[in-house]
Ligand binder design. Sequence first.
Ligand SMILES: [Zn+2]
Length: 299
Amino acid sequence: MGKRIIVIDVGGTNLRIASIQDGRLEAVRSFPSIASLPPPEGFKFLEERIREFAGEELQAVVLGFPGLISKNGRLHHSPNLKGYEGIELREGLLGLGVPIFVENDANLYALGEGLKGAARGKKNFCCLTLGTGVGSGVIIEGKLLKGSEGVAAEIGHMTIKFDGAPCSCGSRGCLEAYCSGTAILRMAREEGLDVRTAKEVADLAMQGEAAALRVFERMGEYLGAGLANIVNIFNPEVIVIGGRVAEAFSLFIGRALEVMSKMAFSFAREGVRVLKASLGDEAALWGGLALVEAQHEDQ
Ligand SMILES: [Zn+2]
């Protein structure tokens, strides 16, 4: 081998570029996101950074984007990167002359946790990323679940409360509307707390503030319902929970497991472990390596 792959994790605010060679993560750099640039400029920026990183040794590029990405690499619905909706992401980097892989960022996160993180060695697992929204990836029999058009496994948008709170996707009552950082902030304000971030709510809860604890209790209940659905539908060995909100794992996991245990089939539930993600921000980067390796195995 000796060649390197470049993995780019594009977020709404920042993007990170990693260089992986011979299974080693050699460099990770952060830049402001391309969200504010028109697509031609955004891709030009990415191409320049990739060339700086990789020189002549480039084997493949993996581009992780938040949002729905169809099998042909077209970005659909992406609230944080609206300007890129409708675009075939792969085409923007074809000038590099190497294989370009594009994948939903939470799918990459799940693959990364499967390669080196909390779901290492598992063949059937699901991963939720609780951040501004709720991302998810599902691996069944060792393969990423993609569905007919490539946009399957949007667990964050399963309905857990009919006619519930509005969600970023346009629907109501989604898991994301109760378990994301955005939802935690909303529920805290409903409790009368004067807070600006979900982190502040978590800090208050850690100090034992009753209203903040109620917020995480409520969030845990809805998450538990979501976990029960995951258990019943996918029968996973492990469910990994990552993202910024998972830093408050101890505040919600007890209640979530209680509710999951009540709602899920006991036979499926007894075999499942719900674990905190272990790779943090590196998960999606390692997921890029897993994606390229899986492609080679398929060929
Ligand atoms: Zn939704």
